[in-house]
Design a protein around this ligand. Structure first.
Ligand code: ADP
Ligand code: ZN
Ligand code: ZN
Length: 751
């Protein structure tokens, strides 16, 4: 932890505010009052958003001042005093603190944890909110005159000095040094000889010159043009727009036009994407077009990199910020627009701890900043469609593919009574053969990784299941393991039944690993590339695979939902959906929506360039109304039909929902606790809410915990929040019971 800021003001700054209300990173709903020592108030002007060091129990903690007050509700003599101040200026501005307070109330989550979630890790720990220093190298006069040949036996120094001469005017940044593979030690040796000198500079990306070849923008088609014009008119004040454009309709092109205009007005733009994997791709696309500094914000960066990106955004140097969910908290100077790409994606919702929805917070933030927010998707969430249909959002539709490309046709393949080869119907295999013969690529989608989802005994029917979850173990043949996809535990592959000791164990069903193997046998001449979590564990693996895809004409790609996300494979003309029935009969009312989004997104990978595409959906229910509607009419009619059903069944987004989750090792504890909570709520609140449950989670036991839920529903949000306020009071009373873990999940996506 850093020492307190030592700089003193010349004027006494004593004000009447004697107490600071401080947010601490602890799971308690309240702020904590501290006395402001006179000595501190005399030297510094305290403001909300500054970090302080405070005593808390036996420890010292970093806190954030949320309010300053002349009074306190506690006995002043009981209050401890602030120990020190960590900032000259607030690290969280007023508007962001307000957003945090709002989120804490809306999600019924402890304010301290929300405020700390909004800060980069290093600031949470108390580090200075300052750029790091880095070393730059420059050639000296002596270095310029020096005869390089004298260094020919010291290769590294030779290379270093040579580079320093070539970059005489700007110098060598650490970034450039690593690009050119130059060694710091060589620089130091040259510095001792007086041939180069070095300088410590504050790290700023803005100092690097990007010499990118800028691409010429295409002419917008009429739909794009119209959308762009409407969005430009929305700039300068709060408003929400849904850019509802089929895959490949040129939504990104619309972003770029809008961003270009805002950058001219010197505004910053926050672009949110659902996955880390999509940030480099988005970055490259933006860099090839925009003449500005862009930073990334995601969880795969080091703490230091994140803080640097955060500071660049805060000072207004980074004009474009591309980030995942938590980027909604990035500080800015002149934010002009928030874009949320693939707004339907469930990863915008945090599924543990502070369970916020990045999209919904972004809308709230845009409102506070009085700027527009643009949600984009080929498969909008039902929530956003509902908002668009009821005119809360401007609804901008792109129904044509941009450029030459046309939307693929969707065909159902009836699996009933067919003899299947590891899940492939003869018709599907024939279509694949034809596609490969045309020197085009096939994409096979199966949302199940591993070799097989089940291992079974032929003699006694025993099934390999997880010791900690109510789930079967997945067979991973290459790794020779049995793996639980729910709690991540694994064990060595079994070759003998533990019940009857028979050796006749066999697998049931197929995963991507098995499909890859079978396709390698059937299509011997064709490279088969698998894209799933297992095949892309190494950092650069995905880039390598996609490179291979681009190198070959013919190829088969096999993958899970990772394939659905944003990738552009121009030579894919056939998409095979192995199992379209997955979401049809689920207990989760969102399953249909999710399945349809996944199918349409995967289908959208076909025919993105000049060649037309074709999509085959393998199904046992070709006449099912949902599948029929999706294939023949497309996503919008399908989703609007689904929305009607939700309305009849009084489900979100027409009704507001929250779930209170409980989990415990004990088989009955979670259920019992929620029963008590239900009784308590029926007594304490008169708000018209519907309570459902408590009931067991669809998978009751996960990672050794028995899970139960209580669902609350209300027509009016205020009523739901009233009930939740009572619920969180009750949960706080249970805080000492460490045997049960509770969570409040507002607008849950999972049941
Ligand atoms: P989306 O984001 O809707 O999936 P993209 O913006 O990625 O679509 O556009 C799909 C492809 O079409 C990209 O290669 C893009 O460069 C190209 N494109 C977009 N707009 C146009 C246009 N007006 N004319 C020609 N090509 C376009
Ligand atoms: Zn057996
Ligand atoms: Zn498990």
């Amino acid at each position: 932890m850093n020492q307190e800021v030592a700089q003193a003001h010349s004027e006494p700054l004593l004000t009447s505010e004697r107490y600071a209300r401080v947010a601490l990173n602890v799971p308690l709903a309240s702020l904590f009052d501290y006395q402001i020592p006179k000595a501190l108030a005399y030297r510094h002007r305290l403001e909300p958003g500054m970090r302080v060091k405070v005593p808390f129990g036996p420890r010292h903690m970093v806190g954030v001042i949320v309010e300053l007050s002349e009074t306190t509700e506690l006995a002043p003599e009981q209050l401890k005093a602030l120990q020190g101040l960590l900032d000259h200026t607030p690290v969280i501005e007023k508007k962001m603190l307000d957003l945090c307070s709002w989120a804490a109330r809306y999600y019924h989550h402890p304010i301290g944890e929300v405020v700390f979630h909004a800060l980069p890790t290093l600031l949470r720990k108390g580090d200075h909110a300052e750029f790091r220093q880095e070393t730059w190298w420059f050639v000296t006069e002596a270095g310029k005159q020096f005869d390089l040949q004298k260094l020919k036996n010291a290769k590294r120094q030779f290379a270093f000095l040579d580079a320093a001469r070539q970059h005489e005017s700007h110098g060598l940044s650490p970034h450039l040094c690593s690009l050119l593979d130059l060694q710091t030690n060589a620089g130091k040796a040259l510095a001792e000889k007086g041939l180069v000198r070095f300088e410590e500079r504050e790290f700023r990306r803005a100092q690097e010159t990007h010499a990118h070849q800028k691409q010429v923008p295409p002419t917008l088609n009429p739909e794009q043009e119209q959308a762009t014009q409407r969005l430009l008119k929305m700039c300068g004040q709060f408003g929400c727009a849904l850019l509802d454009g089929i895959t490949g309709s040129g939504k990104t092109e619309v972003f770029l036009r809008l961003m270009d205009q805002l950058l001219r007005d010197d505004k910053q733009i926050l672009v949110m994407v659902p996955e880390i994997g999509l940030t480099p791709q988005t970055l490259r696309r933006f860099e090839s077009r925009l003449e500005t500094d862009i930073v990334l914000m995601h969880s795969n960066m080091s703490d230091r990199e994140r803080l640097d990106a955060w500071l660049l955004a805060e000072r207004g140097d980074a004009k474009v910020i591309i980030g995942t969910r938590s980027a909604v908290f990035v500080p800015t100077q002149k934010l002009g627009l928030i874009i949320i790409d693939e707004e339907h994606d469930a990863s915008y919702k945090q599924q543990d701890g502070f369970r916020y929805h990045g999209r919904d917070l972004a809308i709230k933030r845009a409102q506070a900043e009085n700027i527009p927010v643009l949600l984009a998707s080929a498969t909008p969430s039902y929530e956003s469609l509902h908002n668009a249909a009821s005119k809360k959002f401007a609804w901008l539709k792109l129904r044509q593919r941009a450029g030459q490309a046309i939307l693929p046709t969707m065909e159902r393949v009836d699996l009933r009574g067919q003899s299947l080869l590891k899940g492939f119907s003869p018709q599907t295999l024939e279509a694949m053969r034809q596609c490969l013969q045309r020197k085009e690529q096939v994409l096979v989608f199966l949302n199940r990784r591993g070799y097989a989802p089940t291992l079974m005994c032929h003699q006694c029917g025993w099934i390999a299941s997880c010791d900690h979850c109510d789930a079967n173990l997945t067979v991973h043949k290459k790794a020779n393991k049995l793996h639980c996809h729910h709690c991540d535990s694994h064990q060595a592959m079994l070759h003998q039944c533990p019940e009857c000791h028979s050796h006749e164990l066999f697998t049931v069903g197929e995963g991507t690993e098995q499909i890859e193997g079978i396709l390698n046998e059937v299509f011997k001449e064709t490279p088969v590339l698998r894209i799933d979590r297992d095949s892309t564990q190494r950092k650069s693996a995905l880039t390598q695979i996609t490179q291979k895809i681009h190198e070959h004409d013919q190829a088969i790609l096999v993958g899970t939902q990772m394939l659905a996300k944003g990738h552009h494979f121009p030579n894919v003309t056939l998409v095979v959906i192995m199992d379209a029935d997955g979401g049809l009969f689920s207990a989760d009312f969102r399953a249909m929506e999710r399945t349809a989004q996944l199918i349409i997104q995967v289908a959208g990978r076909a025919g993105r360039a000049s060649k037309p595409g074709r999509v085959l959906l393998q199904t046992y229910h070709p006449e099912h109304a949902a599948i029929q509607c999706l294939c023949e009419q497309g996503y919008e009619p399908f989703a609007l039909g689904g929305l009607k059903e939700r309305q009849q069944l009084m489900l979100p987004p027409f009704f507001h929902q929250a779930i209170i989750r409980a989990e415990a090792k004990d088989e009955y504890a979670a259920m019992q606790a929620l029963n008590e909570l239900r009784d308590w709520l029926s007594l304490s609140t008169t708000a018209p809410i519907a309570m459902l449950g408590p009931y067991a989670a669809i998978m009751v036991r996960k990672a050794g915990q028995h899970r139960a839920l209580l669902s609350l529903k209300a027509a009016q949000r205020a009523n739901l929040h009233e009930a939740l306020a009572f619920a969180s009071q009750w949960l706080e009373l249970q805080a000492k019971n460490h045997k049960i873990r509770f969570a409040i999940d507002v607008d849950p996506l999972e049941t």
